[in-house]
Design a protein around this ligand. Sequence first.
Ligand SMILES: O=P(O)(O)OC[C@H]1O[C@H](OP(=O)(O)O)[C@H](O)[C@@H]1O
Length: 319
Amino acid sequence: MTDVHPDVADIADDIATMEIRGAAAIANAAAGALATQARESDANSPAAFRGELRQAAKTLYETRPTAVSLPNALRFVMADVSGDTVAELQESAVASAEAFQRELDQAQERLGEVGANRLRDGDVVMTHCHSTDALSCVKAALDQGKHIEAIVKETRPRKQGHITAEELREWGVPVTLVVDSAARRYLDRVDHVVVGADSIAADGSVINKIGTSGLAVNARDRGVPIMVGAQTIKLHPDTLTGHTVEIEMRDESEVLGGAERERIQGDPDGFTVENPAFDVTPPRYVDAIVTERGQFPPESIVVLMRELFGRDTDRPWEA
Ligand SMILES: O=P(O)(O)OC[C@H]1O[C@H](OP(=O)(O)O)[C@H](O)[C@@H]1O
């Protein structure tokens, strides 16, 4: 088996341990890793080069299962690799990765402008986790001169809501940080729930950080609209053919700290800890999916998915 470049292995490790996290950031890092593998290759034949790239993609693919932006990034970059010599292949792989990364940034900016049109001057938004796509909508609204305030859910167990709170503060947004279980109480003050997505299924279901579905049900109950900011690389093409999206189960150590954990593990009657990282919000609880191609009611996202991905989804990291 071919070895992957050590920098690629490091990036894969950073994705698995969530040093690099967030669906768009993961896609960006994966594309960058493929470029590194290509640039640093000392393969002596086109076949060997392609084998190395495939192995690098496989290593990256196996890090986390839920955010489809990862396999979609690998697909997009590898689809455009062509050439008859190793040098040509190297050049085209690097160019393809860089083009993908540029498009990623542009898509986020464009979807932000669409999402911002849904927000009015003086609105209060509620956020969950940390999503650069969701925040792009808030940023664009601020750039349009609107005053926006935010109620930020902490998002246990990893508390990525704190990252959101800090980022919004840097932009001058008044922020109230609340624990997750306080969300329903604060929805009375909220005009829009704004979240991101790790994957969007063909039926318009939104797969996002654990707790999103409960928030969406509560928001619907309170009449608060829910907008999902999701670039089209979040569309999960396998769901067109009946596959479901795998929900990542993470380590119990994220839920229980050192001393608590030892006490419970030492107890023969101890309990089981489960730590799903994501959940599924059915389309009926979502008002709009905002993409760089415009906003869509969740039930119609399948049309865009077919247009962009067709029925076949290749798996270029497999032999
Ligand atoms: O692509 P952007 O919008 O930045 O993030 C999308 C989603 O990725 C994150 O997952 P994790 O923190 O990697 O588990 C969150 O669930 C967030 O909503």
